[in-house]
Design a protein around this ligand. Structure first.
Ligand code: PPS
Length: 352
């Protein structure tokens, strides 16, 4: 039995995945209790062990396909736990590789079409209406997969047919993907200070009705620190990447470094990606991917968000700062988080 927030949770074993993870479903009364906090969870959650990854029920049907996904050597994967700066980094990487002079018309298309979120389909509710703005959003999917049904998921289907060079986003940890991943593709892994991740994830979970979190930051932090949010324990996710940090195909980025020295970080990325861009091109990339510019041209991210939350707290592009968490944490909550960070992130990483 595991404690989720204030809820006692029992799991029911259902199958083993190709990755070797045991799938246990969280259902019945236990799931009902979680739904009291997360109003958008219309289907069950499942737990994958080892790792205690918490994912949506739909993941069990996608898991083996994601594990066996045919990566190409020219692929770049942007991997992060939610809210660490994925969207920013995927736009940086795509622009460096595909649009360094800002003259590629593709640069004006929806980011999710250019950089598919390969495991994103698990977040789409089964009962989503066919005319939902979310399903209508992917023009790239409609163009490249004209005969496919978006209700079968569009991110994975789009990822498969996207022409080279592909840049692909994932929130999955290394252990749920094929062990040969890093020997096949380049991976950019982004980490962010845990307090900032918690604040941003809390906002995200209130902003989107498919999550529908109801409650204050304190309650959300409890879920976060107990590893009981979708995508599971942050510290295990980061640890798996940290252990691979010497691998030549892994590039570790701190969100706070991107904020503090974007040109320095772009130069490091340029070396890693082998893009050979000039400083003039890198400066253009920095400007094009700045918070204000991305917010202004990515309105679709808020098309299925709750308007009242956008009004009071901001939309998907909320603050885009390193230290905004300081405005949200009480001294007590900060002390609790500091003790938790010291205990869980004991493998050498120093957050900025
Ligand atoms: S998601 O939903 O998991 O993919 O979210 P993710 O993109 O990983 O993280 C969202 C946070 O990143 C901020 N963001 C940016 N910061 C700086 N510059 C740019 N260009 C940028 N784009 C997105 C976004 O505002 C979220 O952070 P918070 O702190 O909530 O503002």
């Amino acid at each position: 039995m595991v404690l989720i927030g204030q809820v006692n949770v029992r799991f029911r074993f259902i199958k083993v995945l190709k990755s070797g993870h045991k799938v246990e479903v969280v259902d019945g009364e236990e799931m009902e209790a979680i739904r009291k906090d997360f109003h958008g969870y219309t289907t069950n959650l499942i737990r994958l062990t080892p790792g205690r990854w918490l994912v949506h029920d739909r993941y069990k049907n996608l898991a083996n396909e994601l594990y066996d996904f045919k990566w190409r050597s020219s692929d770049v994967v942007v991997m992060t736990y939610p809210k660490c700066g994925t969207t920013w980094t995927q736009e940086i990487v795509w622009t460096m590789r595909n649009n360094p002079d800002l003259d590629n018309p593709e640069g004006a298309t929806t980011l999710l079409d250019r950089v598919p979120f390969i495991d994103g389909d698990m977040n789409i509710p089964d009962d989503i209406p066919a005319d939902s703005p979310f399903l209508a959003m992917s023009q790239g999917f409609r163009k490249l997969c004209p005969d496919a049904d978006p209700k079968d998921g569009f991110s994975l289907q789009l990822s498969k047919v996207l022409p080279d060079p592909r840049t692909i986003k994932t929130h999955l940890p290394f252990s749920l993907l094929h062990p040969s991943l890093l020997d096949t593709v380049k991976v950019v892994y982004v980490v962010r200070k845990p307090k900032a991740v918690a604040v941003s994830y809390h906002h995200h979970s209130r902003l989107f009705s498919v999550v529908g979190f109801q409650g204050p930051l304190e309650k959300f932090v409890k879920y976060f620190t107990e590893g009981n949010l979708v995508y599971g324990p942050y510290w295990v996710h980061v640890k798996e990447a940290w252990e691979q940090r010497e691998h030549p195909n892994l590039h570790l980025v701190f969100y706070e470094d991107l904020k503090a020295d974007i040109m320095g970080e772009l130069r490091r990325l340029d070396t890693f990606l082998g893009t050979h861009l000039t400083d003039t091109q890198l400066a253009k990339v920095a400007e094009h991917t700045s918070f204000n510019q991305m917010k202004a041209r990515s309105k679709e991210y808020d098309s299925f968000a709750i308007p009242e939350v956008i009004q009071s707290e901001g939309g998907f592009f909320r603050r885009g700062q390193s230290s905004d968490w300081q405005n949200k944490f009480t001294p007590e909550l900060e002390a609790y988080m500091d003790a938790w960070v010291n205990e869980k992130f004991d493998f050498g990483i120093q957050f900025k």
